[in-house]
Design a protein around this ligand. Sequence first.
Ligand SMILES: [Zn+2]
Length: 193
Amino acid sequence: MLDALRQPLEAGHVTIARSGGVARYPARFLLVMAANQCGCATSNAASGCTCSPLTRRRYLSRLSGPLLDRVDLQVRMDPVSRSELLADSRHIEHTHTVAERVLVARLRAADRLAGSPWRTNSDIPGRELRDRWAPARTALVAAERALDAGRLSARGLDRVLRVAWTLADLADRDRPVADDVDEALYLRTGVAA
Ligand SMILES: [Zn+2]
């Protein structure tokens, strides 16, 4: 069932065909998924998972590769200790502060995309990301290596580039630098460039 989300995730609309005709509905949404690292709901051996590697793999394989290929940020969260929670609360940012930063970044992107059919980085088609809005070649070294090694698909590269643009917007940069592309790659694959 989850895989039915693949088409709207990519196209931003759903097409429903019935005997009476074909209808197309807008379906632009933000998909957030969460899963345990194992079906037993404990995260690792230290916290009590004694399942076999096969059991763990089988559980995670319920999220298909093609669906995950369309998920831009894939972050592994480890359990947080009480002391970490308390320490974090002293440095925590207020939601308003974060929202302001996001707004500024979105305005920056909208400004750049003015006059184009697109409003946000996620709207930009792949061919434009590799042409008119391509980062400098030197910024792409790690991403191209990941592509060559099969750790990143062609679709994945486009998605990394869109996230890199957003990181550049958040940092008030005119174009993604290697740090932006590498961070986007890390957020997607969990592998430091
Ligand atoms: Zn387990």
